[in-house]
Design a binder for this molecule. Sequence first.
Ligand SMILES: *Cc1c(COP(=O)(O)O)cnc(C)c1O
Length: 413
Amino acid sequence: MRLIRDPQSDGHQFALTGDDAMTLTDSQIARLRADTPSCAERIHFNNAGASPMPAPVYEAVAGHLALECEVGGYEAEARARPALERMYTALAELLRVAPHEIAYVENATRAWDMAFYSLPLREGDRIVTHASEYASNYLAFLQTAKRRGVAIDVAPSDASGQVDVDAMARLVGPRTRLVAVTHVPTQGGLVNPAAEIGRVAREHGLIYLLDACQSAGQIDLDVGAIGCHILSGTGRKFLRGPRGTGFLYVSDEIVERLEPPFVDLHAATWTGDDRYELAPGARRFENWESFVAGRVGLAAAVDYALALGLPAIEARIAGLAQDLRDRLAGIAGVTVHDQGVRRCGIVTFTRDGEPPEQLARRMAGHDVSISVSSAPYARLDLGARGLPSLARASLHCFNTLAEIERFCELVAG
Ligand SMILES: *Cc1c(COP(=O)(O)O)cnc(C)c1O
């Protein structure tokens, strides 16, 4: 049994029994597949790239675009007010935080950037991270090292390949200001020990920035238990929202100390000829103009996930992915490359004699979508492991064992 806090209610807790919370029923899976028309046509194992929107999400986006045509963009936005408010409360429920700690940003990278570039890092300050960090985040570290003289410390991996938390703690010095890690890397099934890293951050009084782009929507996230101050995510991956949507969580604990890298008339109010005031809470990281139909769709996507329940989504995805790993490992010439103690829905592998790009093209010819992770997008990880590229199959809860069997037959060729 687990307790789930309902942020809408004033501290009221409600309980779900273990069984109800942890399993998707056959009828729920049938419904999921009926809501996902592409299931009838193809095998979609690219949910870490972009997952197809379920019908209610598509209808929310398309419905709003139709309304914009009918009554005009501003007028449509006014009518969509409840859905736009729901986006904040739904994301707050997903992460178990307060709605005013959520900002809408057009993708996860910009969300992460808005927070990272707000941090008051000075020459000589140090950032602790790990080889699994997302490439764009690492590029921002490098740019900040170049511009502001900040130093980067890369914590080693333990024997399993996840962040070595004790070694990370030993790297923390008097000038360390930030711990920034990726919960689930793009290029593998690894789930980093986010809550243990959070304890290190708390112990040393560091700001903790978590990239949850691949975990939001596939893993039950509890920001309180993880202990991060900042978290970024995207709409289109495991949350199954529209492309061009993302979000940022920034804790009340630090937000009033953060000055966004740029502000507009939504993020700030021009209070005097020579003065402005930042919007309270996370809204200071937003900008005025945005993809309104996307925000409406993102709200619908989070509601869709919450209705199924994240514990059940997480359990089904992890179970399917482990089944796929076990079957792939049994195919001659195939090597599975996922690391970590805890693993999720991303499965990476190579096949002797067939480069991943070629394998992915061959799968596409059979209406099977996978993708390829390559070293330039993950230098410190794949580069160090001597892996130029990997085939990546990423499963969602609408996928089935029958699809996994068919996929493995195709891989074995
Ligand atoms: C995809 C991804 C991102 C970037 O998300 P966008 O929405 O494309 O900006 C960031 N971090 C990780 C781990 C990702 O997999």
